[in-house]
Each structure stands twice: as structure tokens, then as C-alpha cells.
Design a binder for this molecule. Structure first.
Ligand SMILES: Cn1cc(CCO)c2c3c(c(-c4ccccc4Cl)cc21)C(=O)NC3=O
Length: 290
């Protein structure tokens, strides 16, 4: 059966979970290990084209950015019948864009998302790389159901009823995905990301503070998750934000959180916090633990 392509030989396709100009993403189960994966199939780029560079770029980035709980895990990539195929960790909670399209994040969820993505970005930057396409559509969510017996008055015989849904709570983990724009800090080959999250200095091809472009995009993503969407793609509104103007928000955020996000989208990249400063900021550590 070697003439059956690897994709169909090794995987059972469950459902289409994404489609775009980049190709299609399927939820698949591996026939051997029984695990579910997200597999993106894109038309194989012409050899030597810019598209081939980007496609290989993504695989190189995944190979370098091994295992980190806030970066979507890569398993394998191969080419067959004129397709490029990449097999990644499947995140069962949809994308952050899906989640906030239904309703904005609460301040507590916003803090959690910022901490997780800042942690993933700190790791990427510590490897000498930058993401360059941070946005809610590229942040995926894994939901784990955990038993929490603290507020459970178990029957006097001490046996909890595991079928009783009230003992479970969902724990969300946010993960950075889509490494198609990742490039190295030392020798940047910048492919601009989504213009809604693009910082002004990158638009002007100033690549002297690339890590701060990721912080800028995360800051705008946070505003969008707080309900400031949809973000402008160009025009006066686009420029107003790049001059440091916060778009109107439907919810009141704490002064600390608002100041943090304002600093993240500061017009001057050196005024924006690094990911390490983000992780230590009091707005993200309310009990002042760190
Ligand atoms: C559209 N879409 C929906 C999902 C499921 C979210 O619950 C998804 C995933 C990925 C990707 C993805 C992005 C970029 C490159 C390769 C992949 Cl597999 C796309 C995804 C990915 O790498 N892991 C995913 O879960």
C-alpha cells in the first residue's frame, strides 16, 4: 500500500476545521496512536518561490521551538502529491478569535490569556526568533476538564460521584500557533503579518526592535478580546491607534490593566514592555506574588 499517500495511510480525516488561502486544516486521528491532530494541507509551493521559503520557514520554526506549553506543538511535516502537509497538536477549544466573536473576555480571562501568550512569546524570543503574526485567529485554546473537590460536599461515605458534573471545572490553556511568519532576530526576513495588528515601525521597515512588534500585536489582540473589535485595516482609525489612542471599550478594565495595554501599543517600540516585563507586571499578578 506504499502507493497510498502517507496522509490517508496514517490518518483518518474527521472534519474540516479551517479553510483559507493558506490551504485547509483537518481534525484527524492517527490510525496507529489513536491521538487527534490538526493537519494543514496546503498546495505545494513552486520550488524556489517565496511561498516555498515561507512554508519551509514554518517547519524550521516548529523544529526549533520544540515543546512549550504555550506554543502549539509540531509533530511532522512532509510533501506528497503536490501538497505540503504539517501535523500539529490539536487544540480542542477553537481559536481565541472564535471565542471572542461570541463574547468578549472577562478581565480575569484577559489576564490569563495575556500571561499565557506572553510566556509563549518570551520562549520564542529567548530562542532568537519572532512570531510576526500574533492575533486572536492564531492563538488556539486547549480545554482540560479537571476534578475540583474543594467545594464538593461528598457523601458521608467519602466516594465522590464522578458522573456529577458539578465537580469538574474547565481549565483553558492559550497556545501560540501558525508559525508561518516566524523569522530570526539576527537575520530577519520579514513577511508582514495581518495589517490590523501591524505596528507602524514594521510598516516603515524598521526591524531594529522586532520583539516589540509581537508585544504591539498582543496588545491590540488584548483590546480586541476586551471588546474593542473589529480593528481597522487602514485609514485614520488605523493611524490613531498607532499614535497611542486606545479604541473605546465596552467594559471597564482596571487602571493597571489599561495602563499595561496602553504601554504595549506605545508608538515607540522601546517604550513597550518586553515579554519578561509583561510577565512581572502587577496588572498580571494581582496578588503581588511576583
Ligand atoms: C483553523 N484551525 C482550527 C484549529 C483547531 C482549534 O481548535 C487549528 C489548529 C491549528 C491550525 C494551524 C495553523 C497554522 C498552521 C498549521 C495548523 Cl495545523 C489551524 C487550526 C494547529 O496547529 N493546531 C490546531 O488546533
Amino acid at each position: 500500500e506504499s502507493n497510498i499517500p502517507r496522509y490517508h495511510r496514517e490518518f483518518l480525516e474527521l472534519e474540516l476545521i479551517g479553510k483559507g488561502q493558506f490551504g485547509s486544516v483537518f481534525k484527524c486521528v492517527n490510525r496507529l496512536d489513536g491521538c487527534v491532530y490538526a493537519i494543514k494541507k496546503s498546495t505545494r509551493p513552486v520550488a524556489g518561490s517565496a511561498f516555498e521559503k515561507t512554508a519551509l520557514n514554518e517547519v524550521y520554526a516548529h523544529a526549533v521551538l520544540g515543546k512549550h506549553q504555550h506554543v502549539v506543538r509540531y509533530y511532522s511535516a512532509w510533501a506528497e502529491d503536490n501538497h505540503m502537509i504539517i501535523q500539529n497538536e490539536y487544540c480542542n477549544g477553537g481559536s481565541l478569535a472564535d471565542k471572542v466573536s461570541k463574547e468578549p473576555l472577562s478581565a480575569v480571562e484577559l489576564r490569563r490569556m495575556l500571561l499565557h501568550v506572553a510566556e509563549g512569546l518570551r520562549y520564542i524570543h529567548s530562542e532568537g526568533l519572532v512570531h510576526l503574526d500574533i492575533k486572536p485567529a492564531n492563538i488556539f485554546i486547549s480545554i482540560e476538564k479537571k476534578v475540583n473537590l474543594t467545594n464538593y460536599d461528598s457523601a458521608d461515605d467519602g466516594f465522590e460521584d464522578l458522573d456529577d458534573n458539578s465537580i469538574y471545572e474547565e481549565e483553558l490553556t492559550y497556545k501560540i500557533g501558525d508559525l508561518g511568519h516566524v523569522t530570526s532576530l539576527s537575520n530577519p526576513q520579514v513577511e508582514e503579518g495581518d495589517c490590523r495588528y501591524l505596528s507602524n515601525e514594521i510598516l516603515h521597515e524598521d526591524y531594529s526592535h522586532l520583539t516589540k512588534a509581537d508585544v504591539f500585536a498582543l496588545g491590540l489582540s488584548a483590546l480586541e478580546c476586551a471588546g474593542a473589535g473589529p480593528l481597522p485595516k487602514n485609514g485614520p482609525e488605523w493611524h490613531a491607534i498607532r499614535e497611542g489612542q486606545i479604541p473605546p471599550l465596552p467594559q471597564k478594565l482596571t487602571k493597571d490593566l489599561l495602563e499595561l495595554i496602553r504601554s504595549m501599543i506605545h508608538p515607540c517600540p522601546t517604550e513597550r514592555p518586553s515579554t519578561i516585563q509583561l510577565l512581572q507586571h502587577r496588572a498580571l499578578n494581582p496578588d503581588g506574588s511576583k
